[in-house]
Design a protein around this ligand. Structure first.
Ligand SMILES: C[S@@+](CC[C@H](N)C(=O)[O-])C[C@H]1O[C@@H](n2cnc3c(N)ncnc32)[C@H](O)[C@@H]1O
Length: 460
């Protein structure tokens, strides 16, 4: 094992050292009964238990091996750290207003964020504020529970490298579409697709919808009206003609429209078929929906979605440095260190104790794009192992992180999972520096019962 002082001299960066190692440098040596490393561990535990509380010379001299001189050195080091830290953080995050209740939908979904709906998605303003506060240009930002990639996009916009992990292949497809690097060839391919859709729109195909009998996507028939299924099928076939990145981009554009074009009830997040083709939509002013006759302009919707996506991705590519790494990865957060070796900031919103069933919510996309998930990888689906799983993830984070860890989590009144995760983080050795408490407005509430969200800020 490297000795702390040698480690500091070798790396020339005190951030590389754990709290125990920093303490052992200050202490220098132990006594005949206790070596300096053990003593540093005891002191580190004591200091962690006294966060934000006054510590005195008497408190420290109770430890064998700490006399008045060493106690004075430790107190001086702590005070220096405190003064520099409070000067460098001009304002605490919790001093800001985090309400966002007045933001329009377009502001919550600016840039490429509108590409695809995703349950429990961040409002982009949240990771943006956190990254602005705790990262500088070229730092590495990681979201181990990436979802649709909101944090990665915000990191890129702020000049940081970013990595994200998710076990849900649809999440990774969405994040890849949002972070796609553009070039002229890809822009031309998207234009070619738009021209194709435009032609279809103007000169509807004469072929019979009976061709659906040979349809290779049986799901389409049960969930979509025949005329809609027919058009979606043609679009899916057309998408096969493009390069892999563009195919993925076009699939995501189509995917987000699927439920709205299907016969599924409009008032349910998870697709369910109504008992009757004519039903009452309880979410939208109790209007009557007639699935047999309602207008579903498939080509029009696809055209407008892809066209908007094209402008948004071109703008993102123009406004950001394309040399920055921005990498969505299919992977398990419990194995984070296999994929990412070190990072400066973690911004993440974890799955909940009874996590969303993304495969069910997005079942139409899963079936149509033949997406498969690996059973047992998603944290929160097996509730008994939730806290153990999260502890593994926090340990993984601790092993790669040099800076701050922002954990965004709703208040769980029943199981108190937010408090339990907070305690786990502290037990592992994360140092709590701030908590933002924000009210969730109805529009974005992850689940109706969650009214308050916390952003816990830790430091390693
Ligand atoms: C609350 S969502 C994150 C949403 C994200 N912040 C966004 O803006 O889209 C939690 C995510 O954790 C993912 N997840 C669950 N278990 C995981 C695991 N073991 N490793 C990585 N991701 C996992 C889920 O698939 C889901 O996308």
């Amino acid at each position: 094992m490297e000795k702390p002082r040698e480690k500091l001299l070798l790396h020339n960066d005190a951030k590389e050292l754990r709290i125990e190692e920093l303490l052992s440098i200050i202490l220098g040596h132990g006594t005949a009964n206790i070596n300096v490393y053990k003593l540093s561990e005891h002191l580190a535990d004591f200091l962690r238990s006294k966060l934000n509380q006054q510590i005195t010379i008497d408190d420290l001299t109770q430890f064998e091996g700490v006399g008045e001189a060493k106690a004075a050195q430790i107190l001086s080091a702590l005070e220096l750290g405190r003064r520099f830290a409070s000067n460098s953080i001009q304002k605490r995050l919790s001093d800001d207003n985090w309400d966002f209740a007045d933001l329009k939908q377009s502001e919550r979904q600016y840039g490429v964020h509108f590409f695809h709906h995703y349950t429990a998605k961040f409002i982009p303003q949240i990771p943006s504020k956190i990254i602005k506060q705790f990262a500088k240009s070229n730092d590495i930002v990681v979201d181990p529970f990436m979802g649709s990639g909101t944090a990665l996009i915000e990191a890129k916009l702020l000049g940081c490298h970013s990595y994200g992990l998710d076990t849900n292949p649809l999440a990774v497809k969405i994040a890849k579409a949002k972070t796609m690097l553009m070039n002229e060839t890809k822009a031309k391919e998207i234009d070619r697709f738009l021209e194709w859709v435009e032609k279809r729109k103007r000169y509807p195909d004469k072929a019979s919808i009976n061709s659906l009998e040979q349809d290779p996507f049986p799901v389409i028939k049960s969930w979509f009206r025949p005329d809609v299924a027919y058009k979606i099928n043609l679009i899916l076939n057309e998408i096969n003609n493009y390069s892999p990145d563009v195919q993925n981009f076009l699939q995501i554009g189509l995917s987000t429209l699927l439920k709205g074009m299907s016969n599924a009830r409009m008032d349910s997040v998870t697709p369910v078929l109504p008992e009757n083709p004519i039903y009452t939509d309880k979410k939208h002013y109790y209007r009557e929906v007639n699935n047999l006759t309602r207008k579903i302009p498939v080509y029009g919707r696809v055209y407008s979605q892809i066209n908007r996506m094209k402008y948004a991705i071109m703008y993102l590519n123009k406004e950001t440095d394309n040399k920055l790494v921005c990498k969505p990865i299919i992977g398990d957060a419990r194995e984070l260190s296999k994929h990412v070796k070190h990072c400066d900031l973690i911004v993440t919103s974890p799955p909940y104790w009874s996590a969303q069933n993304y495969a069910r919510i997005h079942m139409l996309s899963f079936k149509i794009f033949d997406i498969k998930t690996e059973e047992g990888k998603e944290i929160g689906r097996v509730s008994t192992s939730y806290l153990d799983d999260m502890e593994i993830v926090f340990n993984q984070i601790a092993s790669i992180l040099k800076g701050h860890f922002a954990l965004v989590i709703g208040e769980d009144i029943k199981k108190r999972s937010n408090e339990r995760l907070f305690s786990i983080a502290q037990r592992i050795g994360f140092h709590h520096v701030d908590t933002v408490t924000r009210r969730i407005s109805n529009q974005v509430s992850r689940a109706k019962q969650i009214k308050i969200e916390f952003i816990y800020i830790f430091r390693i």
